[in-house]
Design a protein around this ligand. Structure first.
Ligand code: ARG
Length: 231
């Protein structure tokens, strides 16, 4: 077989938690997983000569799945942290993010992170948002399996605020039609997302980094970025 044909048969099993629009979510009509991360991962795979197969699972199960060898890589809006980097290999950063707060439209007392003290907060379990929320003085932190569930709890009035990634919060409000909610305050911090592979799989992370470099050079990254975030 020609090299290109051989390459096509290689499969990369990639895990994600597909409840994090616009990075990864399920298209309501086609039921396919779509989003910035999905497009990027598919482009990375293509560049490497792999077919990418996406599977969705709980966010807090992603690193264990990598460690167990059930998936080859993960892409899930996952922030590169020193803690996680002890367990997995992260690629170079592919997206700059940060945490922010979502409150109900009629909430006029929470305007920044300081104002979260003593409040009820909803977060997604295992996320950087959960970590930061737990540092807030006297706050009650309720952890949900998915980000959409945290938003639902806010909508239902069970919490005062959601602490979550800014681009996801903005998308929730702009695109998911959450007219009863708003993003407040400056982003708490600056975070960067990375693709991850198992610790022992250094060859794969090098290939992924190379592919990312290539996609930045050839304009493909830019195209995907503009598709999901505009100019
Ligand atoms: N960036 C945050 C973190 O790494 C949240 C990521 C959540 N991703 C998801 N697909 N639900 O902790």
């Amino acid at each position: 077989a020609k090299p290109a044909e051989q390459a096509k048969s290689k499969v990369l099993n990639v895990g994600t938690d597909a409840g994090f629009a616009p990075f990864e979510f399920q298209d309501e009509v086609s039921k396919k997983y779509v989003g910035f991360d999905i497009d990027l991962m598919e482009a990375v795979g293509k560049q490497m000569g792999y077919e990418v197969k996406i599977q969705s699972m709980g966010f807090d199960g992603l690193i264990p799945a990598l460690e167990a060898g059930n998936i080859d890589a993960l892409i899930s809006g996952m922030t590169i942290t020193p803690e996680r980097a002890k367990k997995v290999n992260f690629s170079k950063p592919y997206y700059k993010s940060g945490l922010s707060i979502v409150v109900k439209m009629d909430n006029n007392n929470i305007k920044d992170f300081k104002a979260l003290e003593g409040k009820k907060l909803a977060v997604q379990i295992g996320t950087t948002g959960a970590m930061e929320a737990k540092k807030v003085k006297d706050a009650t932190v309720r952890e949900f399996n998915t980000a959409p569930e945290a938003f639902m709890e806010l909508k239902a009035g069970g919490v005062d605020a959601v602490v979550n990634d800014l681009p996801v919060n903005e998308y929730y409000i702009a695109k998911a039609g959450a007219k009863d909610a708003k993003v407040v305050g400056e982003p708490l911090n600056s975070e960067e997302y990375g693709i991850a592979t198992a610790k022992k799989n250094t060859e794969l992370i090098e290939k992924i980094n190379k592919a990312l470099d290539e996609l930045k050079k050839n304009g493909e990254y830019e195209k995907i970025y503009v598709k999901w975030f505009g100019k």
